[in-house]
Design a binder for this molecule. Structure first.
Ligand code: COA
Length: 224
């Protein structure tokens, strides 16, 4: 996903879950995750399809942004090798930090190591295209799973969690973008209910992006 370095820059510290919004998110997550979820704030464990126990929780201020950046580089490397220069394939830790400050980040953890990450950027920090500029549109960014663990459902779980968090935030449309050439990602998102919205061209990347979105119920606490 590309557009994290254009548009308004988010101020503030690393975003982590806080207070009532977190509680709402946990309730929302619990609904969709079939009761397996205790709470993203406290963390909960779900076993992936290969039997690995994965802890899902919100980003903590103690988490290592450099390690998360390394994970992003590693996960996005095949895309870069295919000629698609996603920002996450080469961004600095400072950019990772800035992107995280745009909203909330959920991490997947195995034995203390972060193996998956996704950031939900607030509606106010989602912009740069006609659709992104809508006030009820939030977006997903820097979405990655450790290559050795890919294909076992961790990414799908992160996507479900971020969708439920967005529901809890009162987001109406949850959007994301990816290269139009990344056919496996286009399939991944469309098979999970995301629909084509529009094309976009961003100077940070060397490809045309497709913006996808999924309509959420819009219920919950409208704080996104
Ligand atoms: C996209 C990503 C986060 C998914 O995480 P994951 O743990 O592998 O996801 P899951 O195991 O839940 O699902 C894997 C799905 O992705 C598809 N997929 C992911 N990468 C793929 C690839 N390189 N080639 C083919 N299919 C791929 C699988 O076919 C599968 O789809 P299906 O369940 O509909 O059959 C992970 O593959 C990743 O980190 N990729 C590199 C970074 C990236 O592309 N980020 C998104 C940029 S928009």
């Amino acid at each position: 996903m590309a557009p994290e370095v254009h548009g308004r820059s988010a101020g503030g510290d690393l975003a982590t879950d806080e207070g009532a919004v977190g509680e709402a998110a946990v309730r929302a997550v619990g609904r969709s995750a079939g009761g397996a979820v205790e709470s993203l704030r406290n963390g909960f464990v779900r076993t992936d399809r290969r039997g690995v126990e994965i802890l899902y929780r919100f980003l903590s201020p103690a988490d290592d942004v450099g390690a998360i950046t390394d994970l992003l580089h590693k996960a996005y490397a095949p895309l870069a090798e295919a000629g698609l220069h996603y920002v996450a394939s080469h961004q600095s830790p400072e950019v990772t930090r800035r992107r995280m400050a745009k909203g909330d980040t959920i991490v997947a953890v195995v034995e203390g190591h972060i193996v998956g990450v996704v950031t939900l950027a607030r509606t106010s920090t989602t912009e740069g295209s006609p659709f992104y500029n809508r006030l009820d549109v939030a977006s997903i960014g820097q979405f990655a799973v450790e290559p050795a663990l890919q294909g076992a459902g961790v990414g799908s779980t992160l996507l479900e969690l971020v969708e439920e968090l967005a529901v809890a935030r009162g987001v109406v449309e949850l959007a994301l973008d990816t290269s139009e050439q990344a056919e496996h990602l286009v399939r991944f998102y469309t098979s999970r209910g995301y629909r084509f919205i529009e094309f976009a061209r961003w100077p940070e990347v060397n490809y045309r992006s497709i913006i996808f979105a999924k309509q959420l119920s819009g219920r919950g606490t409208a704080t996104a």
